[in-house]
Design a protein around this ligand. Structure first.
Ligand code: UTP
Length: 224
């Protein structure tokens, strides 16, 4: 299968959890060994948000704020890439063309952000569309998608399965702001819907959840 994984910065980088990063590398390497094509998109987490704040305090505009956050996400991507060793491309991918080229070379592809004005969720979705992925799995800091924000509402219910159409109603309207955090960026959902790529949102604190999602087990929230 052709697989795109989105590792939340909120999971591995807020605070930085090197044990968890190592486990991710093991799990993703094992998927590669089993013959799957693997693309990993990493976010910048708390450090990216810290840099966004610094940029804001300097009076820099949104594009510059996004750019520094992208740089931070690429640093985390670089750490993953180095840890994958020769199984991965020699550099962090910074364009969709790099991704296609890395996959053609039979390597694990690792990337952070792509361009200002989007989130790494949308990067992962654009990659999935570009390479005709079979599945996008997002590892986040919640057990899946809820019918409303579980951090605000105690009666929020986790959804085991939802269609792309119904998912629209779960989101409130939102415009891009640097550092915006939602369970999954609605912009990414739009891309996945048009590209017909299945999405599974799982708790990212257990990398085994990625394996379960790939194996088609009932885990997190399945969106298709
Ligand atoms: P994310 O919010 O996508 O990363 O990017 P994250 O930390 O992994 O997110 P969680 O863990 O799912 O919450 C951080 C910020 O980087 C900028 C945006 O400002 C975004 O909010 N960014 C990221 C871009 O501008 N372009 C990109 O391609 C990626």
């Amino acid at each position: 299968m052709r697989l795109v994984f989105r590792v939340g910065g909120s999971v591995v980088a807020s605070p930085v959890n090197t044990d968890l990063m190592k486990k991710y590398v093991e799990v993703l390497l094992s998927l590669k060994m089993h013959g799957h094509d693997v693309v990993v998109v990493v976010g910048g987490g708390a450090l990216a948000r810290q840099f966004i704040n610094i940029a804001q305090n300097l009076g820099l505009e949104m594009t510059a704020q996004d750019e520094v956050a992208i740089s931070v996400s690429r640093l985390f991507a670089q750490l993953f890439l180095k840890k994958f060793g020769s199984a991965a491309c020699s550099n962090v991918s910074v364009t969709l063309e790099d991704v296609a080229e890395g996959l053609r070379a039979g390597k694990i592809v690792v990337m952070g952000g792509l361009k200002p004005g989007i989130t790494t969720d949308t990067v992962a979705a654009l990659v999935a569309e570009q390479v005709n992925a079979d599945l996008l799995v997002k590892g986040t800091d919640q057990d899946g998608i809820y019918n409303k924000d579980p951090r605000k509402y105690r009666d929020a219910v986790k959804l085991d399965h939802i269609s792309f159409e119904d998912l629209d109603s779960v989101f409130s309207e939102s415009q891009h702001t640097a550092g915006i955090h939602q369970i999954i960026d609605p912009e990414a959902v739009k891309v996945l819907k048009r590209a017909r790529v299945k999405l599974v949102v799982v708790n990212g604190f257990d990398p085994e959840n990625f394996l379960a999602a790939v194996n088609g087990e009932k885990i997190g929230t399945i969106v298709n």
